[in-house]
Design a protein around this ligand. Sequence first.
Ligand SMILES: [Fe+2]
Length: 232
Amino acid sequence: MRIALVADLHGNWPATQAISQALDSLGVEEIWFLGDAVGKGPSNAQTCDWVRQRCALCVGGNWDYGIGGKQFPADGYYWNQLGPERMAWLNGLPREAEVTVSGVRFRLFHGRPVTELMVVQDDKRKLGAAFHTELGDFGGVIFADSHRPFLRTLQEGYLVNTGSVGNSMGVPRAHALLLEGERDSAASAPLMMSILSVPYDNQAAVAIAMADDGLPFREAYVTEITTGVYSR
Ligand SMILES: [Fe+2]
């Protein structure tokens, strides 16, 4: 079974459309969402609705809870775009999930707890901590939040980041993780993990932002989607 994991769409509709078309052309059978459908970009209702329509498994991100839960008054722009029904859905998303593929038990989460770990990537003890929870031990951890895709192994197992669809750092293309194996199977079997990198019309995304004077931190958003350099 071919599965795609997507995250950090962040209201970037041209990027979301590009990754959606790529997943369809690749014959992806199921899409899982690891948080941050909304915030930062200008097309939040569209990216939120795409996640709801297309993703079979959903985990929330910090922006989903911040906006959906009305945590910050400065986010009124996003509240107006989304409305109460979408916001309630975002705020009700689970914090994490687990699924076993080809005999590897994966922990899935958005990864705010991992932000510090991203900074100290060479501290194996801190990276390894995410594999051990009250839910038990995992053979793989897949998360989002840093907006940078990567695949690596640790002594504990696989440590994988999905990257970002709409707000990629480093390389400003749309990214997703492809996972191919036996879903919900505890039997050891071949498993393939790969990073999908999709070009999109970054200038179309810029034009949508520049046509919207109300978008908070608009210049920073435009810089990020054109250069891949964090700018807030
Ligand atoms: Fe994010």
